[in-house]
Each structure stands twice: as C-alpha cells, then as structure tokens.
Ligand binder design. Structure first.
Ligand code: MN
Length: 285
C-alpha cells in the first residue's frame, strides 16, 4: 500500500497514479493528550489498524488529482532523522576528489568508524513545500537517498531480524550545506530533509538492497545508481543504530547517497525516482 499525506491534514492512498482521500481512516487513531502516552509517530505506530481501515473506506473514497495536491512528508512526527554518511564507494571517490565536498575534513572517515549522524526533525518537509535554500553564498548540494521508516520499537536488533521492524520505504533528499561545521548542523537547515512522495509499505519492496535510484536536476540526470552498492545495507544500518538508541515508530534512516551530488540554486527542480516507490518533483526556492 502507498500512503501519502497531503494538504496538511489529509491522508491519501495512491493507486494507479491517483490519490484516494482516505482521511476518515484516521478515526482509528487514539485521541491523545499531553504528555503523549507512547513515543514515536502516532500513525506509523498504528499502521496495521490504519491499513485495515483504509481498505474499508477505499471503495467510497473521493479521488483527488495528484497534480492538484500539495504532498507532505509521509511521516509527520518522527523522533529521529538518522543519516548515513559516505555509504557508497562512488560518493567517497567523488568527495575525496572535490575540495568543495570534503572541505576541511582532510580525511573522510569510513562509515565503519563514524556510523551515523542525526538531522534535526525541524528540517523535515514534503515535496509540496520544497527546499528553500539558505546561505546563498555557500554551496548547497542535493543527495538522493533511499529512506527507511521504522515501524516498531527496536533496540539491539540482530541484522537477521532487522527488516521485521520496517514499516516501509520512501525517498529522501539529504540536502547539505558544504562547509566546516558538523554534519548535524549543515544537514539540519529548515527544509533540508525532504521525504516523499509517499510511504510504500514494506510488503511492496521485495529487496530494499536492490533498487534503482535516479535524480534529475532540471531534466538532466545527475545521480543514477542502485542500493545494492550500499556499503552498510539496510539491515546493517538498522542493527548498528539500534545498538545505540531505541528506534521508534516513524524514525527515519536516510541510507546514504551515491555519486553525482552537486549544487542547487533557487528555481531548480529536482526530479527523484526510486524503483518500486515512485517519483517526486521537488522545487528549490
Ligand atoms: Mn547524505
């Protein structure tokens, strides 16, 4: 099932290129008062009952033109946006050859040493909001990545069982200001974490470690690879991160970007595509 959020408060089910408005399915979510009784994203935590209810309301659902809606991040309230740095050899090679990427970090630490970093949740947007570039005098790059959405609490989960805690997959843009600051701040600028266009539930993806991914900048292909080239694959990332912190429903792992990163400027359009998930169009302002 492909579930999208649109126009701020609506829930959609995407089938055959059309959005079915299934917002009434949200009625199965518990009403909550502060402080929230359970951590994590409420919808992702209750994805099972939501999916059952979506199936029930689908036959009566209004169809909305997908080009007329503003798509929001498919996850509304993650507690963590986890990023995997330099997780494709081709990106390591291009970074080492480009001072604009490596900046003053003389040596790029391999993922086996650095593992992951966190992006601020306040940087999260959907394709409908797009990227608003900050720091016009500095280089801001696009990084297309497969994004994994965690479905249930997981702590110290074995690699072999890691996929059991996945709710689904979506596309991520890990937008990045190049420079000397820590990744956790350069990649956390408002709107620099894009997710979309929807959540493809885990049952839709046979093997997350064998998906083509492609990014076009103003129609020109810039990134073109496959997740089989990930250095730490999806299971390894989940397992290793869960050794450090409890993964919660709605937490997102940006799995890393292949070669082809490059600067964006206002007016640019990023067209992103990942096999079995879909495509999304992200404007840069
Ligand atoms: Mn990245």
């Amino acid at each position: 099932m492909k579930l999208c959020r649109f126009n701020g408060t609506r829930l959609g089910c995407v089938q055959g290129g059309e959005v079915f408005d299934v917002t009434t399915a949200l009625d199965v979510l518990p009403e909550v008062r502060w402080p929230l009784p359970a951590r994590g994203d409420l919808l992702i935590r209750h994805l099972g009952p939501i999916r059952d209810r979506v199936e029930e309301v689908l036959p009566e659902a209004a169809i909305v033109d997908i080009h007329q809606v503003s798509l929001d991040s498919p996850v509304a309230n993650p507690t963590k946006l986890i990023g995997a740095p330099v997780n494709y050899q081709t990106h390591i090679d291009e970074a080492e050859a480009d001072e604009g990427i490596v900046f003053d970090q003389n040596v790029i630490k391999p993922i086996s040493e650095s593992l992951c970093f966190l992006k601020a949740c306040s940087s999260l947007v959907g394709p409908g909001q797009g990227v608003t570039r900050s720091f016009p005098d500095r280089r801001t790059d696009h990084e297309l990545e497969l994004a994994v959405v965690i479905g249930r609490e997981a702590r110290s989960i074995a690699r072999e069982r890691a996929l059991e805690c996945v709710a689904g997959y979506t596309m991520g843009l890990d937008m990045t200001v190049r420079g000397g600051e820590d990744r956790s701040i350069r990649k956390s600028v408002d709107s620099y974490s894009v997710l979309g266009p929807w959540l493809a539930t885990a049952d839709e993806i046979e093997d997350p470690n064998n998906l083509d991914l492609r990014l076009r900048l103003n129609g020109e292909i810039r990134q073109d690879s496959n997740t089989r080239h990930l250095i730490y694959d999806v299971q390894t990332l989940i397992s290793k991160c869960s050794e450090f912190y409890t993964l919660l429903p709605g937490d997102v792992i940006y799995t890393g970007t292949p070669a082809g990163v490059g600067p964006v400027k206002p007016g640019d359009v990023l067209e992103c595509e990942i096999e079995a998930i879909g495509t999304m169009r992200v404007p840069v302002r």
